[in-house]
Design a protein around this ligand. Structure first.
Ligand SMILES: [Fe+2]
Length: 443
């Protein structure tokens, strides 16, 4: 603990002979000694001088020793108090002692040894009390600092967590933007396919939302839906113009390789292993009659089985342009007909139950309107593909506009005009809100 302080003692008695003899008695004690001849004088002195010990006589004119010692508590609460009292006064001093104001009372005439020993004990007690108080103060201060540190730490952790979270979200957004950019590149090469992949991804998202998947699994399947036909970039131009079922044997060889080529396009990307696998198997049939590996049933990755369905539905529905109700019903009927043969029957049931086709119906006979980008509204559905002045494909027919997409269109319009305007279906407010986007961002 701290170095011992030199003590100060205050002796109070109206008889100077008594204070003098006490001073002599305490000569051997290493302490400063002050004296006062009355309670009043003692109080003034206490105001200006810190003391460890007060020894006061009880019988004094003006103020008794008990009164002085009680008042001294207000000024020097830590000082030890000893009362010197005649035998006759003991009764009247007991109350003061019990109240804790006085540590000892010593009867006059005192025994020198007893008094010196009481004084020594009192000074030690004062030291201990002072040390204890300092320790408490240090502990209190350290606790306070610790509390403050913890508060700061919590705030810092919270701030950093939120920064990491927003960085993560930003990264995730950039990642998805990149995937969509790939999908658009694919569109530039194979116009129909590009829109097709985006529609398939939108359908897949609707199916997945009913499935309670892990985030990674969900994302892998959506990304695979966007990129499932990326292997078709290798198709020769002549093959691009041909419809399904009209391929020659050598063309069919190229067609059946596009899933493997698609897989090899993305396999080198870190974390794309599952995506690559889904792409490889998106033409496997549930009965084992597909390609490239003739996998069957549950051996086909779930993502590939889902994309197989959304892919077939979209190809069927859009085979003669933007689908009418009949085409949509035919596409749904095709899924049911081939359930268990080409498609996983459980997933077909889920797809049909979602009644995806219903979302196209109300556009069937809807009127269209041409708007500037600035006049577009959230929820509107494109009635025509959007191309910029330079011929860049921007968004496919059937896309439902989100505020993000509108912001992007406005941005594109600024540097590469969409001069023909944007053709959308006329819808009332309820219609805009009633249907979820068939085709939207990947999010
Ligand atoms: Fe394909």
């Amino acid at each position: 603990m701290s170095d011992p302080i030199k003590h100060t003692m205050l002796l109070v008695d109206d008889e100077p002979g008594i204070t003098r003899s006490l001073q002599r008695l305490f000569k051997s004690i290493d302490a400063n000694i002050f004296t006062a001849s009355s309670g009043q004088e003692a109080l003034i002195l206490l105001e200006n001088t810190p003391v460890s010990l007060i020894i006061s006589d009880q019988r004094m004119p003006g103020m008794t020793g008990v009164e002085l010692l009680a008042k001294s508590r207000q000024i020097r609460p830590d000082a030890i108090r000893i009362l010197l009292t005649g035998y006759a006064d003991i009764e009247s001093t007991m109350l003061a002692i019990n109240s804790g104001a006085i540590k000892y009372y010593i009867a006059k005439p005192w025994e020198d040894d007893l008094l010196v020993s009481r004084v020594m004990e009192s000074l030690e007690l004062f030291d201990m009390t002072t040390d204890n108080k300092k320790l408490n103060e240090i502990t209190h201060r350290q606790n306070e600092e610790l509390r403050k540190f913890n508060r700061t730490l919590e705030e810092r952790v919270e701030k950093q967590t939120s920064e990491i979270k927003s960085q993560h979200e930003e990264l995730s957004r950039s990642f998805m933007e990149t995937i969509k950019a790939f999908s658009t590149i694919l569109e530039i090469r194979l116009k129909d396919v590009g829109s097709h992949s985006q529609r398939v991804a939108a359908l897949i998202k609707k199916l997945l939302k009913t499935m309670n998947l892990e985030k990674k699994e969900y994302q892998d399947i959506v990304v695979a839906a966007f990129l499932h036909d990326i292997g078709k970039v290798s198709y020769p131009d002549a093959l691009l113009k041909k419809a399904d079922g009209t391929y020659t044997r050598s063309e069919m060889e190229i067609v059946t390789k596009h899933p493997i080529l698609g897989q090899s396009c993305v396999i080198g990307i870190n974390g794309f292993e599952e995506i690559a696998l889904i792409i490889r198997h998106h033409h496997e049939n549930f009965d084992g009659g597909g390609y490239p590996d003739f996998l069957r049933g549950k051996a086909i990755p779930p993502g590939a089985r889902l994309i197989r369905i959304a892919n077939a539905f979209d190809h069927h529905a859009f085979s003669k342009g933007y689908p009418d109700k009949k085409m949509l019903n035919d596409a749904a009927a095709h899924l049911v007909r081939e359930s268990g043969v080409l498609f996983d029957p459980e997933y077909v049931k889920q797809f049909i139950d979602l009644d995806i086709a219903r979302q196209y119906y109300h556009h069937e006979l809807a009127e269209t309107i041409v708007l500037k980008t600035a006049d577009l509204e959230n929820g509107m559905v494109l009635a025509e593909n959007i191309y910029s002045n330079s011929g860049m494909f921007v968004l496919p027919k059937g896309a439902r506009l989100s505020s993000d997409m509108i912001a992007r269109l406005i941005k594109i319009d600024k540097f590469d005009h969409i001069s023909r305007g944007i053709t959308v279906y006329k819808m009332n407010k309820t219609e805009k809100e009633a249907y979820e986007p068939v085709q939207n961002s990947i999010g």
